[in-house]
Write a protein that binds this ligand. Structure first.
Ligand code: CP
Length: 312
């Protein structure tokens, strides 16, 4: 193994260099294809433990980490909201100190990114952001690997983001900026991504040859796109504003009409879970252009590769 991420946190896309992310994809592709054998994978983390500190529900992220640790010869311990409940049953700093003395790494899904940072500062072992209110960096490792698998390259690919400028959008902005992927973000006016993240993504795009634009017109974003990507209108913790959000986002559905603006060979991404016939229609999610289930499978491959490099 040429490169190691031993001791590194992954709270933001920005915590890894371009070369390190390329290495995650190289290892993910090798493990996925079998070029890196199952036996070699089992030698990566024997006797190592990963805590999954999750304050929100999860299918893909939890499953990916649990299966990955098993395949790498180690062990994952799931700690859900009823076990820990950061900030209510236990202070984040106390939980960090206990976890750091007990496990070799932590993957945390917390509401607050500040708590994620405190966890990383105090745990003394690598912390992976399994989703916070600011970023979802593990998601976009899988997203760009999926785009590369379908489109052959990342350079010059045009991606339309249609929906909320929230955590997944933030991480997508940063990784697209790093890799020269052109990203057009269309959100309702008051749901645009954080200005500091947009500025950083535009700075990175200036270096990599990509472009990052924001707007409020889904059709304009989707025009001639290679990839159309959406996410739920109501994320966990936003249920109280569900009625307003359904109204604010009603023009932002990914449906056949919107897909007609994209290239004929465009793929559709959705980080899932999907709210069918809300942000995406059944015919698109079940249709031939949908790559959301390849994307979901790649959550396992990229998370296993990330752990492989952390434990190497
Ligand atoms: N996309 C994603 O993070 O899925 P889960 O919430 O099921 O982990």
């Amino acid at each position: 193994m040429a490169m190691s991420l031993a001791g590194k946190n992954f709270l933001s896309v920005l915590d890894l260099t371009r070369d390190e992310i390329e290495e995650v994809w190289r290892v993910a592709a090798g493990q996925k294809s079998g070029e890196i054998s199952a036996e070699a994978q089992r030698q990566v983390a024997p006797g190592r433990s990963l805590a999954l500190l999750f304050d929100k529900a999860s299918l893909r992220t939890r499953l990916g980490f649990e299966v990955a640790m098993h395949q790498l010869g180690g062990h994952a311990v799931y700690l859900g909201p009823t076990e820990v409940s950061i900030g209510q049953r236990e202070a984040v700093g106390d939980a960090a100190r206990v976890l750091g003395r007990t496990v070799d790494a932590i993957a945390a899904r917390l509401f607050s990114h500040e708590n994620m940072q405190t966890l990383a500062e105090l745990a003394g072992v690598p912390v992976i952001n399994a989703m916070s209110n600011r970023e979802h960096p593990c998601q976009v490792l899988a997203d760009l690997l999926t785009i590369r698998e379908h489109k052959g390259d990342l350079k010059g690919v045009e991606v339309a983001w249609v929906g909320d400028g929230y955590n997944v959008c933030h991480s997508l902005l940063l990784i697209c900026g790093m890799f020269g992927v052109s990203l057009r973000v269309a959100t309702p006016a008051t749901y645009d991504p954080h200005a500091d993240i947009v500025a950083k993504a535009q700075e990175l795009a200036g270096e990599s040859g990509g472009t990052i634009t924001l707007g409020t017109d889904p059709a304009a974003a989707a025009k001639d796109a290679d990839v159309v990507y959406t996410d739920v209108w109501i994320s966990a913790g936003q249920e109280e504003s569900a009625i307003r959000r359904r109204s604010d986002f009603r023009e932002f559905q990914v449906n056949e009409e919107l897909m007609a603006h994209a290239k004929s060979d465009a793929i559709v991404l959705h980080c899932l879970p999907a709210h069918r016939d809300e942000e995406i229609t059944d015919d698109v999610l079940d249709g031939p252009q949908c790559a959301a289930f390849d994307q979901a499978e790649n959550r396992l491959h990229t998370q296993r590769a990330l752990l492989t490099l952390i434990f190497s």
